[in-house]
Structures are given as structure tokens and as C-alpha cells.
Design a protein around this ligand. Structure first.
Ligand SMILES: CC(C)(COP(=O)(O)OP(=O)(O)OC[C@H]1O[C@@H](n2cnc3c(N)ncnc32)[C@H](O)[C@@H]1OP(=O)(O)O)[C@@H](O)C(=O)NCCC(=O)NCCS
Length: 265
């Protein structure tokens, strides 16, 4: 399959918002796309937007993927600010997932961000997906979210050697990411009606998993199967009650459920 990566143009705007809506629909622990299409829409007119890193993926003349970058920052304890990038939404049309399109968009945009001289990319994302592009837990650099928390899904990528040496503090995305449910609801009215997805609750695994594994997941407040995407398999092995055999069993159960989005390594 031939994948072409090119810059987005205004003629793509609506199609990109539609594909973002499709890509995210019910795929995280939210029954809709949780306003990701609105984010793309708002980002384009935000001062934080980076038009040089606004890419789409095409195959067979069809738009199948998109990635959008914006400027963000790390604020140290003494107030010193370091400019970094963040990306998102990153979207691939459901029928084209797992064909290398997300990877092509990321490799291309990361290479371009390096050429443009940016320091680092910090994101909230799937902790078992992004390490293949070089992302590491942001906590390893002493970088946390604005509340001071560090977790698997907060990841950082240096764009040149030792780019984050001596940089630690709280990571802030642009304010444009603060969208309200009301705004999302209004924006979504401009798209064809689509039924929210029925999210699978964690309880469907209760009698399939070893008790210790189920309890470990429940005690980490995982409510839905889709929420498992927020965690990294390696980190999960440090949770009380989860060992390698337990993780394998979890993989097996997820496959049985047809939940192929997540495979723990
Ligand atoms: C995440 C997403 C962008 C990946 O794009 P893609 O084109 O399907 O990914 P690629 O084909 O490049 O890579 C596929 C690999 O990524 C892995 N992968 C995909 N989604 C993953 C996830 N949520 N967690 C862990 N690994 C994941 C697949 O298991 C596959 O692994 P393999 O190469 O070992 O088989 C796409 O699935 C998507 O649009 N998802 C919905 C929106 C979303 O979650 N965006 C990212 C928010 S952080």
C-alpha cells in the first residue's frame, strides 16, 4: 500500500474533522469521540498551532490519517519556561488502522520537527504505542502534568541529543485543549448523527481473569476495557497481583473479546 504524507490544506479541513471523529469514536474510554474533532478545528486558528507540522496521510487518493502539532511548555519550579511541542489528535480511519499509517505520520512529522529545530515533543498517549518512536515516560525527566502527577501515558521525546537535560517541571498544553462538553455537543451537531458506543465494563473480565489480576485492575480504578489503553504492560507488571502469566491471560481475554486495539508486550 502506498502512503503519501503531505501538508493539510484548507480543502481538507472538513474531511480531516470527519476522519478524526471516526478514528476516535468509542475507541478510548469515552462513548463518542470526546471532542477530538473540535480540537482539530480549534487548533488551526490558535496561535499555538504549528502549520508546518500539520500533516495528512493519503492512500489511493483517499484521506485516511491526520496529525496536528501545537506549541506547549514545561514550567520549572522557579517559573522558567521551556518551549516544547505536543501533537494530537493523531487519527487513522478505522478501516485503515494497523497498516502503518499512524507510524508514517509520526516518523514524517518527527523528522520535520527535528529539521525545524524543535527541542522535544511531550504527549498524553498510548504508552505501548509511542515508545517505538523513541518516547519515554516523561517522569524519567522529572516532567509531570500540571497537577504534579506522572503516569505511563505522559511521555516525552527528545528531538536532539540531551535536549531535555536539566529540563524538568510541569507540562502545560495550550489552553485551546480546554474544551467544554457543551462546546463539543454544539460542534458535533454539524456532523451526521452517530450513536454513542456502549463501552465494555471491566466486569466482563471478572470470571475470565485470575482473581489477583482482576483485583489489581479494579484497584487501579479501571472501569472500562478501553481504559486499559492508558497503561503500559511493563508498568503493569509492577502492580501487586499481576505477573507475566497474568498479563498473557489478559491479552488472551482481550483478543477473545475482539478488542485488538491493545496488546500488552
Ligand atoms: C493510534 C493510531 C493512531 C495508530 O495508528 P495505526 O495506523 O493503526 O498504527 P500503525 O499501523 O502505525 O501501528 C500499528 C501498531 O501499533 C499498535 N497500536 C495501535 N494502537 C495501539 C494502542 N492503543 N496501544 C498500543 N499499541 C497500539 C498496534 O498493536 C500495532 O502494533 P504492531 O506493529 O506490533 O502490530 C490509530 O489506531 C488511531 O487512530 N486510533 C484512534 C485514535 C487514537 O487513539 N489516537 C491516538 C491518541 S494517543
Amino acid at each position: 500500500m502506498n502512503i503519501t504524507i503531505r501538508l493539510e490544506t484548507p480543502a481538507d479541513y472538513r474531511a480531516v474533522e470527519e476522519l478524526t471523529r471516526e478514528a476516535f469514536w468509542g475507541c478510548m474510554d469515552h462513548p463518542t469521540c470526546d471532542g477530538e474533532h473540535l480540537l482539530v478545528h480549534k487548533l488551526r486558528s490558535s496561535p499555538a498551532f504549528v502549520p508546518e507540522l500539520d500533516f495528512v496521510a493519503e492512500t489511493e487518493g483517499q484521506l485516511v490519517g491526520s496529525v496536528v502539532y501545537s506549541r506547549s511548555k514545561v514550567v520549572a519550579g522557579d517559573g522558567r519556561e521551556t518551549k516544547v511541542l505536543t501533537f494530537g489528535p493523531l487519527s487513522v480511519l478505522p478501516a485503515y488502522k494497523r497498516m502503518g499509517i499512524g507510524s508514517a505520520l509520526l516518523h514524517h512529522s518527527i523528522d520535520r520537527a527535528k529539521e525545524l529545530g524543535y527541542r522535544a515533543v511531550i504527549i498524553y498517549g498510548h504508552p505501548d504505542y509511542y515508545p517505538r518512536f523513541g518516547f519515554r515516560r516523561a517522569g524519567e525527566y522529572g516532567i509531570t502534568n500540571p497537577q504534579g502527577a506522572s503516569f505511563d501515558a505522559l511521555m516525552a521525546l527528545e528531538l536532539y541529543d540531551r535536549a531535555l537535560d536539566g529540563i524538568s517541571g510541569k507540562f502545560y498544553e495550550d489552553r485551546v485543549f480546554e474544551v467544554t462538553p457543551k462546546e463539543i455537543e454544539e460542534f458535533d451537531k454539524g456532523f451526521p448523527p452517530k450513536a454513542p458506543v456502549q463501552l465494555l465494563p471491566l466486569e466482563v473480565l471478572e470470571n475470565k481473569l485470575p482473581e489477583s489480576v482482576f483485583h489489581a485492575l479494579a484497584s487501579h480504578k479501571i472501569k472500562y476495557i478501553a481504559s486499559l489503553q492508558r497503561y503500559n504492560g511493563v508498568e503493569m507488571l509492577s502492580w501487586e497481583g499481576i505477573d507475566k502469566a497474568g498479563l498473557e491471560k489478559l491479552n488472551y481475554c482481550l483478543k477473545e473479546l475482539g478488542f485488538v486495539e491493545k496488546v500488552f508486550p
